[in-house]
Write a protein that binds this ligand. Sequence first.
Ligand code: COA
Length: 575
Amino acid sequence: MRILLLTHAFNGLTQRLGAELQERGHEVSIEFDIADSVAEEAVALFRPHIVVAPYLRRAIPESIWSRYVCLVVHPGIIGDRGPSALDWAIQRGEVEWGVTVLQAEAALDAGPVWASAVFSMRSARKSSLYRNEVTQAATSAVLQAVERFAAGDFKPTPLAEFNDVHGSQHPPMRQADRAIDWQHDDTATVLRKINAADGFPGVADTLFGVACHIFDAWPEAVLRGAPDARPGDLLARRETAVLRRTADGAVWIGHVKRVGEFKLPVALAFAAESIALADAPLTGWWRSDSETWQDIAYEESGGVGFLHFEFYNGAMSTSQCERLRSALAWAKQRPVQVLVLMGGADFWSNGIHLNVIEVASLGDGSAADESWSNINAMNDLACELIESGGQITVAALAGNAGAGGCFLARAADLVWAREGVILNPHYRNMGNLHGSEYWTYLLPRRVGADAAQAIMRNRQPLTAQRAAASGFIDACLAGDVQAFRIDVARRAVEIAAASDLAAQLAAKRERRARDEAEKPLAAYREEELAHMRRNFYGFDPSYHVARHHFVTKSPASWTPRHLARHRDLGWRVPA
Ligand code: COA
């Protein structure tokens, strides 16, 4: 079938659905929901059999839903209605939630149901639930709904015909519903409120007396500040985050958006203010015994070292890359012969930190200089990983990876991804960036020169299965997060215990030496950086413009041509 994805943005769920539908032989094209007339033009050009709307912020026009079956993904259980479905579910402390695929009609979220799926709720931020449980449930429900549509004889069930409906209509959640009462709210309540608003819109609050929206909260089990500290007081800082007293404990706050600005690490958005707080560093890289905020954490078991890096949104600034490189260099000195880089729960890595780069352009600094420092720090980190002759290294992707993050993963000997993970191993969407991270060394030797070029040129997301089939990654493992972790640990321990491990390591060192003799890593880096220098400092400002729009979240004004296939020159509806 021809399936048009009508969506507000090409977000993770839309990428996953597009890829899964294509893998099932459907012809998929994408149009951003910019205006009724644009959507009408898209259906006129593409003449879809069906429209799927994974992520919309406004209603589909009647001119479309009255002529085409439009399947809308609603992140709520059957009967739930309203635009803040997940926000309310988190705040109410629901234990089970779901996704419903409804047919668009005049009343929002009230059309007949084509399919639905449920999942157990986790104590996590909204964006994390969306990227994991919601995306998984939406994918299975949409695939089922599309199958039912293709079968031709399925009648969707009107809401009124369901017996045991638990969902109901809820208004949009306002900031008043989200507000934290620092004097009375305990840690669990503060976490629930910030989680329900993360990554958008955040909780409106104040920090250092300045109005802002706060994000990215973590519990603290031990630190309570001075004996006279009161609820709401800022107690300490650590790297990019600050610690704030609650009614019964304390929480770390990692990110903030000041009015009229964009999301930044707290220690950067409030640089002068946070430096005045007491520093509460963690010593070394070992995972802390008690609950706290720790962005880089190392643990060992079964002769394997596991390095976790939980960087918000997978974005890695210069200092984060430098710290991670130090942690990796330290881990390489441990008596382990297998090292697994676990990344974070939602993202493994999305490359250089575009927000931190953008803010550099606002003061006396330069975005070009910060981009240069950041890409060099990423390259140093990638180099540390490539040059690890004493260990078999594994990148274990529980979450998605994009741009330089994919090639940082590929710098490991083995890349294993959880089923459901989406990879975007290309750079050009960011203003035609050439990219570095030694991709010109790492990619062709995995997939061949032609496929490498095609991946870079086509700029399409890859599912973990496709990535494994193409050779870009080594294995696609279990889709369930817990099962993935267990599988990763089991496989890593097996490698560590293998009788031929010494021979494997010797072969790895030999291969590296051969490659180095043929063309040194430094030469790949210099060639890539020559392009990047032009991207950052050259006369073509595309990268700076694209980054600015990405960071400030400018609404899309057209659908990129590589997504809107129906707008390709010469595209025709097959006879
Ligand atoms: N720097 C800073 N923030 C980043 C980031 C980066 N490199 N990559 C993603 N983010 C942020 C997004 O702004 C968004 O922020 P939010 O919390 O305010 O919503 C969040 O991470 C999630 O990103 P989103 O784009 O919504 O996720 P997705 O799953 O839909 O798409 C990507 C994933 C990787 C395709 C997309 O985020 C992307 O293109 N990122 C930029 C990658 C890049 O060009 N890196 C630089 C070159 S190495």
